[in-house]
Design a protein around this ligand. Structure first.
Ligand SMILES: [Cu+2]
Length: 349
């Protein structure tokens, strides 16, 4: 690529990377560098390019910072007021050649920043057609991911060296999808779909963070991202789906409680979070529960099933109508969750 060649002629990345000058290594464009002082590890196909652009702007800024400060100190010292020099030096009101130089040369640099940034942005903003598609749901305060097979999970699992396109939407407010190691980030907006793509290049576990302040639970709005080695993703998906078929209901309910994001808002120990604690729900089994609209409902299987499928139908008194619909939830998971919640008031709780 032209940009890379241009950069390599400006700074020799291989010598810098190997000498690791003060830890500010400049990675070669096709490398997958480890974490360093400035950046986490590079784990996607455009991470190296993104970092190289950052280092380019960084070193240009360092050059001008040092140059400007050095001249400033020189002039301040050299032309300072002294006992023998009490009047200001005479100075030219302007110098056309100098002014043209300091305007035109930096303009070329700005165009270089723009060109590099723009062409990189085009790559990041254009998802490849044959990418694997994953639906992403964001809500206060968690994430869910629905895979092409229909499986929904609270963790993002992807195969390595395969383009992945995320089709994202929010159930409530603005959120933002960010995995620092992938060097890409995009807002997740209620009422519309936004897209983000990446090609993971490094097997490992990463953390997805929400980067749009979205309320009190914002800092806890994280999810595990797993990049599998070749074949590992299919194996993981098969296992996760197999678990749905073979697990006994209560155990499946406990797993779903963690996997589907219920745990973000419903505690098991009576603590009031965004939604009522499941312990409280269980303790009311067979009895009436007060709703936000002043009516009452009997806590039983039908009430729980309705609340999972249609969270706004019966909002418990004292809580905000905030729960999102869980995409792709299976009947078996609903039955499991009901059994699990029921069990929380049992003798061994
Ligand atoms: Cu958020």
């Amino acid at each position: 690529m032209i940009r890379t060649a241009m950069l390599q002629s400006l700074f020799d990345p291989s010598s810098l990377a190997s000498s690791n000058l003060l830890g500010f290594a400049l990675p070669a464009a096709d490398s997958a560098a480890d974490a360093n002082y400035w950046f986490p590890a590079q784990a996607s196909s455009f991470a190296a390019d993104m970092d190289a652009l950052w280092y380019f702007i960084y070193w240009v800024s360092v050059f001008f910072f040092i140059g400007i400060v050095a001249f400033m100190v020189l002039f301040v010292t050299r032309y300072r007021r002294t006992a023998t020099r009490t009047q200001p030096e005479r100075s030219a009101s302007h110098n056309t050649a100098l002014e043209l130089t300091w305007s035109i040369l930096p303009a070329f640099l700005l165009v270089a920043f723009f060109y590099w940034g723009w062409t990189s942005f085009l790559v990041i903003a254009t998802p490849p057609r044959d990418a694997m598609e994953v639906q992403v749901g964001a809500y206060k305060w968690g994430w869910n991911f629905t895979y092409p097979s229909g499986h929904t999970d609270s963790e993002l699992h992807v195969p390595t060296d395969r383009e992945v396109k995320l089709i994202m939407s929010s159930a409530d407010v603005l959120h933002s999808f960010w995995v620092p190691e992938f060097r890409t980030k995009f807002d997740v907006v209620p009422g519309r779909y936004t897209y983000l793509w990446f090609k993971p290049t490094r097997v490992g576990e990463y953390q997805l963070k929400c980067t749009e302040y979205c309320g009190t639970g914002h800092s806890a709005m994280r999810a595990k991202v797993v990049v599998h080695e070749a074949g590992g993703f299919e194996k993981w998906l098969e296992q996760a789906e197999g678990a749905l078929l073979t697990m006994e209901p209560k155990a499946l309910g406990e797993l779903s409680y963690k996997k589907l994001g219920c745990a973000q808002c419903h505690s098991l120990d009576g603590t009031k979070l965004v939604g009522p604690s499941f312990k409280e729900t269980a303790s009311l089994w067979g009895n009436a529960r007060g709703l936000a609209d002043g009516s009452e409902v009997t806590v039983d299987e039908n009430y729980l099933r309705e609340s999972i499928l249609e969270p706004m139908a019966k909002v418990v008194a004292g809580y905000q109508p905030q729960m999102p619909v869980i995409p792709g939830i299976r009947e078996k998971q609903i039955a499991g969750l009901i059994e699990y919640i029921k069990s929380l008031s049992g003798p061994n709780q």
